[in-house]
Ligand binder design. Sequence first.
Ligand code: FAD
Length: 529
Amino acid sequence: MSQPHSSNDYPAVAGEDMQSSVVKPGLGKATTSGLPSRPAITTLLRKLAGVVGQQHVLTQRASREQYAKSTLPQGTTPLVILRPDSLLQVSRIMPLLSEAGLAWKAISRGKNWGYGDACASQDGAVILDLGRMNQIVEINEELGYAVIEAGVSQGQLYQELQRRKSALMMDVTGAGPDASIVGNVLQRGFGHTPYGDRSSKVSNYQYVTPDGKVLHTGFGKQFFEPDVAHVYPNGRGPNPQGMLQQSDLAVVTRMTVWLMPRPDEISGFAFRLQTPEQFQQAVNAVGQLRQRGTIDSVVHFANDLRTLSSRRELMAQFPGDEVLTASDRNSLRDQGKVAPWNALGGLYGTHQEVKAKRAAIRAAFRGISKPIFFSKRHLALTAWAVDHLPPINALKRLRHLQHTMTDVFDLLSGVPSKAHLEGAFFRHRPESGQVQDVGLVWFAPVVPMRGPDVSQLIEAIEPIANRYGFDLPVTVSPVVARAAVCVTNLSFDKNDDLKAKQAAACYREMKAVAESLGCPVYRSSSIEV
Ligand SMILES: Cc1cc2nc3c(=O)[nH]c(=O)nc-3n(C[C@H](O)[C@H](O)[C@H](O)COP(=O)(O)OP(=O)(O)OC[C@H]3O[C@@H](n4cnc5c(N)ncnc54)[C@H](O)[C@@H]3O)c2cc1C
């Protein structure tokens, strides 16, 4: 909880911290020479306190340092954090900030770990933390949507759907129950279900422009919201929805998120790919099945390191940050029972529909790999066997598999879970166990969904990562039918300055090489923010 404080202590704090400059890996010097004068800031803070309440204007050093935390050694330090709780407050704040000429940044829950965290791109900005605007305004069972404020978390919407015994399910990401939905959509983040391409499953953004105007996208209106605005994203003419994504042009206070009718049956499928040829054939096959609609969810192809990244007991055999040798990786694969590439996805529909999809997948993968299919019932049976039968070795191994498959099945079923955050601690686990205390840089280029293109990209970037001293967990996810996002990450001890500098240099080189292959990143990483 934030402590009430007096804005009078601000100038001393500013004198101490704000005239300094900070070097961030990958960025030049961000200086704060453009700040208004101290008396002007003191007056502004008083006005802002009049809008949001003194206790929601955070200027103390401790609060500002908290918001400066980043998965890089050094984030940017804000001038002040504002915590509005209503549209009216946001619409009053914005003109004040614009008049003062201050840089600002809105965050929904601020869990943008590895992609910029809760930090602005420069020191001395104003952070608008919308975490208190967390009303679930409406859940419409008939038309399948929820109207949510920016601060609603994945866990909160999930709990509300459970409480209402809703027939709808949401898409979830691996970022855990505390991450937002609105912030993730604005970043064009993605999940796992048929609604995994999240920014295409929303409408009717309510947003506040820098001069304080309240606007809506599509057919939405400020005082009259026809139902159609919730279910049809466009109005007539241009739709600013796309312009509000990855732009920081306005503060989005609310949006309509579409929810999926919970299908009669959800079946997971998984297959292992031992050779580069099998991998390429499987990418092609999934691309075709996605285009035809047989697979309508986001399939994830994970390399061995990604698949094992959250298996602490296995990774603990390799402390330190030396790049794993080929024999280390072979040994890990043997122990973890994984292949160089492992794919996983979900099938949704009636029993008959899922059965037909299974048959189509078996046919498409004949000669490539044998898919296995699993359901909630299979996982429950496995759990029973693990708990009730004598603990022979095979069952001990099954226990791990059962846990992993259950975590994965949660994602496929729209259940947010903290389990996947463990992947952030690949090769280095901070004592706190908090994601923001680890060094983490995502690098996520987009590639056409063709086997040779995907292989070419990975074969180009992985040696670069290795040369800079990083292993490269990789996931290839066809977020849309024709293209995949190739999510990779550099993980390190962020207290190791050299390693952090190497991560920045490595990121830049991988980015240049990927771009030369026609594969730009889909979303800025913390290094660039
Ligand atoms: C282990 C791990 C797994 C992850 N898995 C996934 C995953 O499966 N999919 C995925 O997409 N990401 C994933 N992430 C990345 C990230 O944590 C999530 O994308 C997370 O949802 C972002 O945090 P947030 O939702 O709190 O958004 P925020 O941090 O609140 O917002 C992100 C950015 O969006 C903009 N923004 C936010 N709110 C507003 C607003 N109201 N108005 C205007 N602009 C705004 C700002 O630029 C802000 O910096 C993962 C991270 C980790 C560490």
